[in-house]
Design a protein around this ligand. Structure first.
Ligand code: PGA
Ligand code: ZN
Length: 398
């Protein structure tokens, strides 16, 4: 029933107005699925390769489509994904592009779910999962996502006490609005960065102060706890020798100290990419210091690669794994990274990219794998597409 009969690829727009790859998959029995690849700005060195979309589309048409059409069942996700790997023939999808691969992988999963008449998260394995993840809301952005703003890339609201995902999503939106008000009260005229977060010429400390005030205010209003977190995206600050912040240059040990101090001072419940993507040892040191009180999440460190997760586990680096399907190129690869994390007691955090689209797959994936967190921004159509999908999933399941 789910035999693939047609795969189409095209170039479409992402939220930055850049091109990305969209794939449509059709099956014998009339099933249809569409997947769109997101795109990062602060991409990790060890990620699967995103090719220029036109090249990725042409290469996938040539190498992957003939091996899928009439040959593979969309319902067999492992086979779809291994055929994509085989058609590519490289370690990192540099032949057909991880952008084409992930678009086809997702489109096949949706086509199979369509044939089954089941929501995507059911098909991906979420039938028995009762809980929906807590959305992490990016409310102040800088780094590679907004010029002239903070050094850190993201300042996040983490509504850990929310009774439901819908309450959490609205709390994050309220924190976002409150941050905007507070910035204007302080004489700023904030812009918006790539993920809809506010951008203003703030020090990281000043941004943390504003974030704390906004989360406290909203927590009082909604009556549940809202923690705070950051994505440092530290690789973007690291020049091979030191971490170059606007106010200070920090050597590796100083960066570890600095982040550990911030965790204490601001009671951060979530810290992503605090150190360079290649530095498992420094991660281990930081995790040793603060891992019992905060989520230390590896994004560029792990790049959704199960082998890198296992390497990190061996080193004691981090205690959580960011999961971005396009970093590895297939849904199977993303699920493998989740499994590797789970095996070691690490927390999987399913995530969007800075360049996004209306595709809502990550909301389904987060529910399917039972991830405690879904990082997908706070406002903006391409972000709320995922949040609204999560709200629908939660409403249907309860
Ligand atoms: P990116 O940013 O999509 O630009 O890599 C998101 C993140 O670093 O988490
Ligand atoms: Zn990140």
């Amino acid at each position: 029933m789910t035999l693939i009969t047609d795969v189409r690829l095209r170039r479409v727009l992402d939220s930055r107005g850049d091109a990305t790859v969209e794939a449509d998959v059709r099956t014998e029995s009339g099933g249809f699925g569409r997947g769109i690849a997101p795109s990062g700005a602060s991409t990790g060195e060890f990620e699967a390769v995103e090719l220029p979309p036109e090249e990725a589309v042409a290469a996938a048409r040539e190498h992957a489509v003939p091996r899928l059409v009439g040959e593979v069942h969309a319902g067999n996700q492992r086979e779809v994904d291994s055929v994509l790997r085989g058609a590519d023939g490289t370690e990192n999808f540099s032949e057909i592009g991880a952008n084409s691969a992930v678009a086809v992988s997702v489109a096949a999963a949706k086509a199979a779910a369509d044939v089954l008449g089941a929501p995507l998260f059911h098909h991906l394995g979420g039938t028995f999962r009762g809980e929906t993840p807590v959305p992490l809301g990016n409310v102040i952005g800088g780094g590679a996502h907004a010029a002239g703003s903070t050094d850190f890339q993201e300042f996040l609201a983490v509504p850990v006490g929310a009774p439901s995902a819908v309450d959490a999503a609205f709390a994050n939106a309220a924190v976002h609005e409150t941050v905007g008000d507070l910035l204007r009260e302080r004489g700023h005229d904030p812009n918006k960065g790539d993920e809809g977060a506010w951008a203003a010429p703030l020090s990281d400390a000043a941004a943390l102060e504003v974030l704390a005030e906004a989360t406290d205010r909203v927590a009082d209003e909604v009556g549940f706890e809202i923690g705070t977190g950051v994505d440092v995206a530290a690789t973007e600050l690291y020049d091979g020798e030191a971490y170059r912040h606007t106010d200070e240059v920090r050597l590796e040990a100083e960066q570890t100290e600095y982040v550990a101090d911030l965790v204490e001072e601001y009671d951060l419940v979530y810290v992503e990419d605090p150190l360079d993507e290649a530095d498992f040892e420094a991660y281990a040191e930081l995790t040793e210091r603060v891992g019992d009180r905060t989520v230390v999440c590896g994004d560029d460190l792990f790049v959704t690669d199960a082998d890198r997760v296992r390497r990190g586990v061996e080193a004691g680096a981090a205690n959580a794994v960011l999961v971005k399907p396009n970093q590895v190129g297939t849904l199977s690869g993303a699920v493998d990274a989740v499994d590797a994390a789970r095996e070691a007691g690490y927390t999987p955090v399913v995530s969007h990219r800075s360049g996004e689209t209306e595709d809502t797959t990550i909301a389904h994936l987060a529910v399917a794998v039972g991830a405690p967190y879904l990082k997908t921004g706070a406002v903006g159509g391409e972000r709320t597409a995922k949040l609204n999908e999560l709200i629908r999933i939660e409403a249907d399941a309860t």
